[in-house]
Design a protein around this ligand. Structure first.
Ligand code: GLU
Length: 417
C-alpha cells in the first residue's frame, strides 16, 4: 500500500542502522525529515473553473549540503510518499558522495488530463508557494515522474521573475537552451546501464548474451534499454503505464522508439510491431537475466519476488521492491542493485549542472560522461566490496555506507545551538 512507503523507508534505514551501531543521539535525528511543507495550489483551468491541488516539498536532510531532489506530478502523490522519496535522496547523494542532502516534492494531479497551459500555471503557483524554502544553497529541485526540462524551465523563470535575478542554479534538469547540462536527460538511464554492466561482469555473465526486461519505458527505462542494447544485451520486454510488449528473440527498439516518438503521450499503446502484448505485472516475471523496474514504487511485492525469473534486478525506479520481497529475493540468490545506487546517475549529473551554473562555465559531453562514469563505477565498487566484506546484501551495504556518511557529518557539525 502506498501509505506505508515512509515506514518502508524507515524499515530499510533501521536494518542498516542496527548493523552500524549508530550513536544513540544521532539516530533519532536521521529517522525524521528536517522540514515538511504542504501547500495549496489553486489553478484557473482552461474552462474558467478553479481547481485546488495539493503540493508538498519535504527537506529530509541538509547535513551534507543543500537539499536536492525532484518534483513529481501524479494522482497518487501523498506526504508520506514524498517523505520516503526525500529520505531516499539523502542516502543516494551520500552513497555516491556528492555534497547534497535530500529532498523531494510533488503535486497530486493527473498531468495527462491537463493542458500545457494548465500545467504551466500549476507549476508557477506551486513554485511560488514553496519558494521560501528553495535556493541554490538551500534546496534545488529537479525532474521526477511526469516532470521534465520544460517544467524545470518554468520553475527557473518563476523564481527569476520574483527575485529579479536570473537564477539558473535554482533548479537542475533544465533544457540545454536554459543552462541545463549536456547528458542530464540521459543520465539516470546511463547510470542504470553502468551498474548493470558492472554487475554482469562481477557475476561472470556475458553482456553479449544477457536478456533484459524494462518496466517503465519512460525517461529512465528507455535510455537504459537502448544503451544496454548498444552494449550487446538483448532487450526482450518493455512496458509503460499503457501496457507492454514481449519478444523472446529481442525487441526491435528502433521501431519502438520511432513509434513512441509520435504516439499519444509517447506511450506504447497501439504498437503493432513484432511482439506479444503483456501486462505491467506479467512483464516482471518473464524469463530474462536482468529485470529493470523503472516505473513507480511497490512493484516487486512478495508474490512477484517468489515468481520472478531474473538473476539481477537493477532498480531504476525509487522504492520498487518491498522489504518483504527483498528477503525473498535474497534467499533466492537474486542480486538486487538498490535504487539509491542504481538510479543515482540522474542526481550526479544534476550536481554537474549545478556546478556549471554556479561557475557559468559549461562542460562538453565527454567531460560530463567521463565524470559520471568515474563516480558511478567508483560507487558501485565501494558498495559491492563493502557488502561482501560485511556479508550483507547490496541494499543494506549501500544504506550502511550512505547513512554512516550522513551520521558522521552530523556528529562533526554538532547539534545546533
Ligand atoms: N528525481 C531524480 C531522483 O530520484 C533526480 C533528482 C535530482 O536530480 O535532483 O534521483
Amino acid at each position: 500500500m502506498k501509505n506505508n512507503l515512509f515506514s518502508m523507508a524507515l524499515e530499510q534505514l533501521d536494518i542498516a542502522a542496527a548493523k552500524l551501531d549508530l550513536n544513540k543521539n544521532i539516530y533519532p535525528i536521521l529517522r525524521q525529515p528536517e522540514r515538511e511543507l504542504t501547500v495549496s495550489v489553486p489553478v484557473v483551468m482552461d474552462d474558467g473553473q478553479v481547481e485546488v491541488f495539493t503540493g508538498h516539498r519535504v527537506q529530509y536532510s541538509s547535513v551534507r549540503g543543500p537539499c536536492k531532489g525532484g518534483i513529481r506530478y501524479h494522482p497518487d502523490v501523498t506526504l508520506d510518499e514524498v517523505k520516503a522519496l526525500a529520505a531516499w535522496m539523502t542516502w543516494k547523494c551520500a552513497v555516491v558522495n556528492i555534497p547534497f542532502g535530500g529532498a523531494k516534492g510533488g503535486v497530486r494531479c493527473d498531468p495527462f488530463k491537463m493542458s500545457k497551459e494548465e500545467l504551466k500555471r500549476m507549476t508557477r503557483r506551486y513554485t511560488v508557494m514553496v519558494m521560501p524554502i528553495l535556493g541554490p544553497k538551500r534546496d534545488i529541485p529537479a525532474p521526477d515522474v511526469n516532470t521534465n526540462a520544460e517544467v524545470m524551465g518554468w520553475i527557473m523563470d518563476t523564481v527569476s521573475m520574483f527575485t529579479g535575478q536570473t537564477s539558473l542554479e535554482i533548479v537542475t534538469g533544465k533544457s540545454i537552451d536554459l543552462g541545463g547540462s549536456l547528458g542530464r536527460r540521459e543520465a539516470t538511464g546511463r547510470g542504470v546501464m553502468i551498474v548493470t554492466l558492472n554487475t554482469l561482469k562481477k557475476l561472470n555473465m556475458n553482456s553479449g548474451d544477457a536478456t533484459i526486461i524494462v518496466q517503465g519505458y519512460g525517461n529512465v527505462g528507455s535510455i537504459a534499454a537502448n544503451l544496454l542494447a548498444q552494449n550487446g544485451c538483448k532487450v526482450v520486454a518493455v512496458s509503460d503505464v499503457s501496457g507492454g510488449f514481449y519478444n523472446s528473440k529481442g525487441l526491435d527498439l528502433k521501431d519502438i522508439n520511432e513509434y513512441v516518438s509520435t504516439s499519444k503521450n509517447h506511450l506504447l499503446e497501439g504498437y503493432k510491431g513484432d511482439a506479444e502484448p503483456v501486462s505491467n505485472e506479467e512483464i516482471l516475471v518473464l524469463d530474462a537475466d536482468v529485470l529493470i523496474p523503472a516505473a513507480l514504487e511497490n512493484q516487486i511485492t512478495e508474490n512477484i519476488a517468489k515468481n520472478l525469473k531474473a538473476k539481477v534486478i537493477t532498480e531504476g525506479a525509487n522504492g520498487p521492491t518491498s522489504p518483504e520481497a527483498d528477503k525473498i529475493l535474497e534467499d533466492r540468490g537474486v542480486v538486487v542493485i538498490p535504487d539509491i545506487l542504481a538510479n543515482a546517475g540522474g542526481v550526479v549529473t544534476s550536481y554537474f549542472e549545478w556546478v556549471q551554473n554556479i561557475q557559468s562555465f559549461f562542460w562538453n559531453i565527454d567531460e560530463v560522461n567521463r565524470n559520471l562514469n568515474r563516480i558511478m563505477n567508483k560507487s558501485f565498487e565501494e558498495v559491492w566490496s563493502f557488502s561482501k566484506e560485511k556479508r550483507v546484501n547490496l541494499r543494506t551495504g549501500a544504506y550502511m555506507l550512505g547513512v554512516d556518511r550522513v551520521a558522521k557529518a552530523l556528529q562533526q557539525r554538532g547539534i545546533f545551538p
